[in-house]
Design a protein around this ligand. Structure first.
Ligand SMILES: [Zn+2]
Length: 155
């Protein structure tokens, strides 16, 4: 029987709790198994690297810096998704450092205009919450890497 998680990554029965989701009791987590967070399943060993890469990329898609936003993105403002209508890099410096007595500019402010015409200014490296999905297909494809079918092209 093959089991997959909601993104399609293969799961196996957790070896620590044997699929029960429970292990020894402690005050903080009760009997919840550490190996599987109580689900009874965990990502298979061969898929773990691909799954970690997927989660990292997904998190990055959902928590971009302001300078990586694009027109049409939805970002959360006061728990409301607001569509980005315009992004402009200003010449206003938001942070700098002094290295060997020389002032070095590191970041600028960005002006972000939303669909409701509201304009807000953010430092370019500020993290925002973006509505994002990520296609797991390329990550899933990378799991079966040991042997790719060798097809020799001959003319
Ligand atoms: Zn477990």
């Amino acid at each position: 029987m093959e089991t997959i998680n909601k993104y399609g990554f293969p799961l196996e029965v957790c070896g620590r709790c044997h699929g029960t989701g429970n292990y020894s009791y402690n005050e903080v987590d009760g009997t919840t198994c550490y190996g599987c967070s109580g689900s009874g399943f965990k990502i298979t060993k061969s898929a773990q690297k691909a799954y970690d890469a997927f989660l990292t990329a997904y998190k990055k898609a959902q928590r971009p810096q302001v300078k990586d936003l694009q027109v049409g993105d939805y970002i959360a403002r006061k728990n409301v998704w607001c569509r980005v209508a315009r992004i402009i890099k200003t010449d206003e410096v938001s942070s700098w450092s002094v290295v060997d007595g020389v002032e070095r500019i590191s970041t600028y402010f960005y002006e972000v205009e939303f669909d409701n015409s509201e304009v807000r200014t953010f430092p370019e490296n500020q993290l925002v919450k973006r509505k994002a999905t990520l296609d797991p297909t390329p990550f899933l494809a990378s799991i079966k890497s040991p042997k790719k079918s060798k097809v020799q092209e001959e003319d």
